[in-house]
Design a protein around this ligand. Structure first.
Ligand SMILES: Cc1ncc(COP(=O)(O)O)c(C=O)c1O
Length: 383
C-alpha cells in the first residue's frame, strides 16, 4: 500500500459516532446533514425515471437538461456561466476529488484554509501533494481570516488553493474584499483556486447567496467552484453534485469522470433536476428554517456560562468551546456521548487548530431536539 494512504487519519467524527452505536437514547448532531427527508417532488422524479426504465449509463458530464438548468440556475445567482463550463458529478466530494486529481500531483504544493472538513485536505494528501495549512484565527468565538498570512502563504510554487466558505465547521465566510484580494493574488502567482461553495445558499447574511468567486471571476480564471445537491436540496444520500470550470476544461474533466464513476445515475440526475425546478421556493424556505434552528441553538449556547460561540453567517453548524473545561475535544465528545447521550463532532476532526472546540449540526426539523440537546450539555457542564 502507498505510504500516503497508510498515513491518512481515520475520521474522528466516526470515532465518536461509533461510541454511540446501538444506543437509541443518544441525540446525534455529529454528521453534517439535516434530519428532513428529501422533498416529495424530488423523490417522485426519481421514481418516475426508474419506472420509465432509465437504468443505463449517461454522458460523462451529465444529462444536457440538467447541465442547461444548472447553467441557468448559476447564472441567475451569479455572473453568466455557460453550459460548457458545467459538469455533473456523483456528489460534492467527488467533484472535489476530480478537481484535485486534475491539479495536484506528487510533491505539488496545496494551500488550504483551515480548520476545514477533513476530506478537503485528505484528497491532495492521497494524490501525494503537500498540504500547507493556513489557520483562521478565533476571536471571541468567531473565526477570522488573517488575509496577509494567507496571501504570503500562496506563492508561484502553489498549485492550488482550497477555500471552503461558508466554512464547515466554523461558519466563517470570505468577505467580497477578501475574495477579490485572493483572486487578484492567485492571478499573479498562477495558482488555481478550488472554492468549495456547497453551503452558499445556507446563508443568513444579505442576498440570496454567500459571496461567491463566481460573482467576480472571469470565465478564463483558474477557478473551480464545487457544488452539491446534499445541503440546500436535502439530498445527502443521493450523491449528486456539480462543478463549474473555466473555459476549455470540460474534456479533461470528462475523462476523469469516466475513470472515477463514469457518470451520475440518471434517476438521481432526474431527481436533481426536479430539485432545481422547485428551488425558487424550497431553498429560501429551507434557509429560513435553518436560520431559526441556528438562532435557537446559538442563543441557547450563549446562555450557558463560559461557552464561547459566535453566530455563524452561513452553513449548518454552531462551533463552540468551553475554555478550561477540556482541551481534548475527542475525549470530551466521547464523554458527552457515553455519559450524557449527546452526539457532537470533536473540533480536532477538522484540524489541530480546532482542538478543544465542538461542532453541533443544527439542521433539525424538530426544535425540541435542539432544546433537549442543550439541556444535556448544560447538565454535562454543571458536573
Ligand atoms: C465543506 C463540504 N464540502 C463538500 C461536502 C460534500 O457534500 P456531498 O459529497 O454530500 O455532496 C460537504 C459535506 O459535508 C462539506 O461539508
Amino acid at each position: 500500500m502507498r505510504q500516503a494512504i497508510k498515513e491518512l487519519p481515520a475520521s474522528r467524527i466516526r470515532e465518536v459516532a461509533n461510541a454511540g452505536i446501538g444506543r437509541d437514547d443518544v441525540l446525534a448532531f455529529w454528521f453534517g446533514e439535516s434530519d428532513e427527508v428529501t422533498p416529495e417532488a424530488v423523490r417522485d422524479a426519481a421514481m418516475q425515471s426508474l419506472a420509465r426504465g432509465e437504468t443505463f449509463y449517461s454522458h460523462n458530464l451529465g444529462l444536457i437538461e440538467l447541465r442547461d438548468t444548472l447553467s441557468a440556475y448559476t447564472s441567475a445567482l451569479h455572473r453568466p456561466v455557460a453550459v460548457d463550463r458545467i459538469a455533473v458529478t456523483s456528489s460534492g466530494v467527488s467533484a472535489l476529488m476530480l478537481a484535485t486529481q486534475m491539479l495536484a500531483g506528487q510533491g505539488d504544493e496545496v494551500v488550504a484554509v483551515v480548520p476545514v472538513w477533513p476530506n478537503l485536505t485528505a484528497q491532495p494528501a492521497i494524490m501525494g501533494a503537500n498540504v500547507k495549512r493556513v489557520a483562521l484565527v478565533p476571536r471571541e468565538g468567531a473565526w477570522t481570516l488573517d488575509l496577509e498570512t494567507l496571501l504570503d502563504a500562496v506563492t508561484p510554487a502553489t498549485r492550488m488553493l482550497l477555500v471552503n466558505a461558508p466554512n464547515n465547521p466554523t461558519g466563517w465566510t470570505l468577505t467580497r474584499h477578501e475574495q477579490q484580494a485572493v483572486l487578484d493574488h492567485c492571478r499573479r502567482t498562477g495558482t488555481w483556486i478550488v472554492a468549495d461553495e456547497v453551503y452558499e445558499r445556507l446563508w443568513y447574511g444579505d442576498g440570496a447567496t454567500a459571496p461567491s468567486f463566481l460573482d467576480i471571476a472571469e470565465p478564463d480564471d483558474r477557478l473551480i467552484v464545487v457544488h452539491s445537491f446534499s445541503k440546500s436540496f436535502l439530498m445527502t444520500g443521493w450523491r449528486l453534485g456539480w462543478m463549474v470550470l473555466p473555459n476549455g476544461h470540460l474534456d479533461a474533466i470528462g475523462k476523469l469522470i469516466e475513470f472515477n464513476t463514469s457518470c451520475a445515475p440518471v434517476f438521481v440526475q432526474r431527481a436533481g433536476l426536479a430539485g432545481l425546478r422547485t428551488a425558487g421556493s424550497t431553498v429560501p424556505a429551507l434557509a429560513e428554517r435553518m436560520q431559526a434552528c441556528r438562532d435557537a441553538l446559538v442563543n441557547g449556547l450563549q446562555r450557558l456560562a463560559d461557552v464561547q460561540v459566535a453566530l455563524p453567517r452561513g452553513g449548518m453548524y454552531a462551533f463552540f468551546r468551553v475554555p478550561g473545561l477540556s482541551d481534548d475535544s475527542l475525549n470530551f465528545a466521547k464523554h458527552l456521548v457515553a455519559e450524557h447521550g449527546l452526539g457532537l463532532a470533536p473540533g480536532v476532526a477538522f484540524g489541530d487548530e480546532a482542538q478543544g472546540w465542538l461542532r453541533w449540526c443544527f439542521a433539525s426539523r424538530d426544535p425540541a431536539r435542539l432544546t433537549e440537546g442543550l439541556a444535556r450539555l448544560e447538565r454535562a457542564l454543571r458536573l
